[in-house]
Design a protein around this ligand. Structure first.
Ligand SMILES: [Zn+2]
Length: 371
């Protein structure tokens, strides 16, 4: 299969380099995305690997630099399309957002709904939203699979965020049955990809929180729920200063997923050097527990710890050091500690840790009304 993305053109047995035009500056010049197309035997699947849509998350850049080399291409059946920096403005400024779009850049992918562009009261889509729309069109033309690399908090566990698969609960009984079956098949592939990758797994938040937070418009949210392409978001611990153990374990995990996709030969390699949390029940991610007063906290748990409801999570003090309010903030549910959220100074209602909490929701659901 011949593939082109921007100026990068695939060539069998080679790494091809190029750029894709993202945004034109009013000062002249462009922000261009770096593109690498690694093609082994051209008859095979196409796997997209991307990183850095949040400009302050740098581990994925290192992972992709390590993964893509001549040795991989020699063994590869199929093609990897790689963009190691999806948000060049954020990468330069070490900011999550790009300065030419206010808001999370990972909520700009198409949601499948047509917007009334004629309504003068609505803001038009930003240059970045338009650019990611074009990129998503390119992705849909070629990708069989997509993995997008991110980071969470300092010292957080390496984790997979797995989107739930939503389907249209509309039409005849036969149409709904077919839509449900297609969704279950997609979900089954996501499960197999998670297993091959081998790191800790978290299902995305529940339905209302997912759509409220526009996660269906994230990279892999749109892949799964609009393009119906199996896609996963990988969270790789600390962002600014990548953890070399997590970087290495991510390269191993991605190699395993390429084996699962039939793009590399060989047995899965074990994931070593990082915490892989398997509490024995499926989990979804949640920001919890939350403080009730303005305070300074001292965490009493480590990322990766499995906790029970009522276990101590953090000491709560005022700025003078006096224990206040709950004094000891405890877990409001069983689960495990994904990581300690940024900072020790909190306003009421903010979470001090992210937790994997027991998930009894189905991984396949109908779209909520209105979507
Ligand atoms: Zn991110």
């Amino acid at each position: 299969m011949k593939l082109q993305l921007g100026t990068a053109r695939s060539s069998a047995g080679k790494l091809a380099y190029g750029t894709w035009d993202l945004v034109e500056h009013p000062t002249g010049g462009l922000d261009r995305l770096p593109v690498i197309i690694a093609q082994g035997n051209p008859r095979g699947k196409v796997f997209w690997l991307t990183a850095g849509i949040h400009g302050n998350e740098h581990a994925g850049l290192q992972v992709l630099h390590l993964l893509l080399n001549r040795e991989l291409v020699r063994r590869l059946k199929g093609t990897i399309v790689c963009i190691p920096a999806l948000n060049p403005a954020g990468l330069r400024t070490m900011k999550r957002e790009a300065y030419y779009h206010s808001g999370d850049p990972n909520r700009l992918f198409p949601d499948g709904r047509t917007r009334d562009l004629q309504d003068p009261d609505l803001d038009p889509p930003s240059v970045l939203e338009q650019a990611y729309g074009r990129l998503f069109d390119e992705l849909r033309q070629s990708a069989n699979y997509w993995i997008d690399l991110h980071n969470t908090w300092t010292g957080s566990v390496s984790m997979i965020y797995r989107d739930r698969v939503y389907y249209r609960d509309q039409g005849t009984a036969a149409q709904v049955k077919a839509a449900r079956a297609e969704a279950h098949e997609l979900d089954r592939k996501l499960g197999e990809m998670c297993e091959a990758y081998g790191h800790s797994v978290l299902n995305e938040m529940g339905c209302a929180a997912y759509f409220d937070d526009k996660l269906h418009r994230s990279t892999t949210g749109a892949a799964v729920n609009i393009a119906r392409i199996p896609g996963l978001t990988m969270e790789l611990g600390t962002g600014h200063m990548p953890d070399p153990h997590i970087v290495k374990a991510c390269v191993t995990g991605l190699t395993n997923v390429l084996k699962w996709a039939g793009m590399l030969e060989g047995e899965y390699e074990p994931i070593t050097g990082i915490k892989v949390v398997q509490p024995g029940y499926p989990c979804r991610r949640r920001g919890t527990p939350r403080v009730s007063v303005p305070c300074v906290v001292r965490h009493l748990v480590e990322p990766g710890d499995v906790v029970r409801k009522g276990d101590p999570i953090a000491e709560v003090r005022d700025i003078w050091g006096r224990p206040i309010a709950e004094k000891i903030l405890v877990a409001d549910t069983d689960g495990w500690i994904m990581g300690r959220t940024h900072g020790i100074v909190h306003y009421p209602g903010t979470e001090v840790t992210g937790m994997g909490v027991p998930d009894d929701l189905p991984t396949v659901m109908p779209y909520p009304a209105g979507y």
